[in-house]
Design a protein around this ligand. Sequence first.
Ligand code: RB5
Length: 164
Amino acid sequence: MNSDLKNYLCQIFMNRGKMNQIIPIASDHGGYEMKQFLIEKLRESGYEVKDFGTYGTESVDYPDMIHPLAKAIETGEYPLGIILCGSGNGAQMTANKHPHVRAALCWNEELAKLARQHNDANILSLPGRFIPFDQAWRMVQLFLTTPFEGGRHTRRVEKIERLD
Ligand code: RB5
């Protein structure tokens, strides 16, 4: 088998299961460059992407992009999403105002994995100005593919929204 055909078949094999999986992503200017990098990586890997903006490097207010994405997670339009700002803090705080949203601010691979395993996080918040792009991509891959462990964590996650 020639190597082009081998690469092509390999790509199809690696991308199985991702077809029609749409990943929503949003950032302000502080996360814009990393967002563009992640969009390219996601598409190369077989995911579809819904880009909620921002669409350039000019200064914007992160809630303007993050609220629409979080609303789409809240209503169940998408199961998982990615948000970014400079520190990841403003984006995470905005998203977590929405019912049923559990946005996790993560700085490394282990935290991205734990956010899924233990917290059933449905949004990954990334600090676009503080971690290397290739590390962010590894975190996104782990976040999108790691299942919730359930068990004792189910009770804890259910209690998050109980305020009484
Ligand atoms: C924008 O300069 C910056 O404040 C924003 O990206 C974010 O870090 C806020 O939490």
